[in-house]
Every structure is written in structure tokens, then in C-alpha cells.
Design a protein around this ligand. Structure first.
Ligand SMILES: Cc1cc2nc3c(=O)[nH]c(=O)nc-3n(C[C@H](O)[C@H](O)[C@H](O)COP(=O)(O)O)c2cc1C
Length: 152
């Protein structure tokens, strides 16, 4: 069974909701799913899964979540070759050019660590609405498809 690990960082609950939606869709589609909070997650443990997902907020005009800085640094020093990744997040369009910058930063760090993007990053404005649930479900299904063993 394909293993997925979804890590979230949240202050007011939106990104936990985003993570819950992704987990639900991955699990409906047949993956074995783990969901943990970023500051409680060791990268060593995280990278045991086949599909690696981050859902995190942006703070202070483009800043990463403070409690996720160690996780981000550790990820940047990891070799994630052979892993499938996806990044989704909730930010606030009010912040203009800084909208969901954390999503861009995690997307870049996964790529730099050698992982393969299984689905295009998803940026949500505040809490997820119906169309966001649909988009996140497509995101999860794409990740799972990318992680399927290739036919010989
Ligand atoms: C002080 C402060 C700074 C913020 N800066 C940004 C930002 O630069 N970009 C962005 O997209 N959202 C920014 N936000 C908005 C949050 O990322 C957004 O509300 C998000 O949905 C919160 O997610 P959470 O409920 O998981 O904590 C900021 C919020 C606060 C309170």
C-alpha cells in the first residue's frame, strides 16, 4: 500500500482543515495516511513515506511559520530522491505578492532535495470552500497517481 505523510502548520485552523481534506481524499483513494503537526514531526520520520505533503500558512509578509523553521532547514539538507511531493496551503490574498509564499518556499525546497512534484501546488484563500475541496481532492488523486509503480 502506498504511504502518504501529510504535515501541517496552523495558527487558526485553516491549514489543518486543508490537511484533513487532503488526507481524506488520499485515504479514500486507497493510500495509508499519516497526518502530523510540523513542529512535532522529524524529517527523518516524515521521509519514510512515499508521498510527502506539506500544508502550511504564511506569516509576516512572506515568512515561513516560525515553528516550522527547523523542519524546513532539515528538509533542505535531505536527499528526497524517489519521493513524490505536493504542497498546499492557506494564506490571505490581502497580502498581495506575499500570498501563500510558504507554499512556494516548500515547493522549491522539495525540488532542491531531489523529490518529484506529483501535483501542482495549491494556494487557498483563507478557509477552504467547496471549490477548494474539489481542487484539493484532485491534488491528492494526482499525487497518488504519480506514486503508483510504473508498469513494466
Ligand atoms: C501577522 C500576519 C501576517 C500574515 N502574512 C501573510 C502573508 O504574508 N501571506 C499570506 O498569504 N498570508 C498571510 N497571513 C494570513 C494567514 O496566512 C492566513 O490567515 C492563513 O489562512 C492562516 O492559516 P491557519 O488558519 O492555518 O493559521 C498573515 C496573517 C497574520 C496574522
Amino acid at each position: 500500500m502506498i504511504k502518504a505523510h501529510v504535515v501541517f502548520a496552523t495558527m487558526t485552523g485553516n491549514n489543518e482543515e486543508v490537511a484533513d481534506i487532503v488526507c481524506e481524499a488520499l485515504s479514500q483513494a486507497g493510500a495509508e495516511v499519516r497526518e502530523t503537526e510540523m513542529s512535532q514531526t522529524a524529517v527523518e520520520d516524515f521521509k519514510q513515506a512515499d508521498i510527502l505533503v506539506v500544508c502550511a500558512y504564511t506569516y509576516d509578509e512572506g515568512a515561513l511559520p516560525e515553528e516550522g523553521l527547523d523542519f524546513f532547514d532539515e528538509l533542505s539538507e535531505s536527499d528526497l530522491t524517489g519521493k513524490i511531493f505536493g504542497v498546499a496551503g492557506s494564506g490571505d490574498k490581502f497580502y498581495g505578492e506575499y500570498f501563500n509564499k510558504t507554499v512556494d518556499q516548500f515547493d522549491a525546497v522539495f525540488e532542491q532535495a531531489g523529490a518529484t512534484r506529483g501535483a501542482t501546488k495549491v494556494k487557498i484563500d483563507l478557509e477552504p470552500y467547496e471549490e477548494d475541496v474539489e481542487q484539493l481532492t484532485r491534488f491528492a488523486n494526482e499525487l497518488l497517481r504519480a506514486a503508483q509503480p510504473k508498469e513494466a
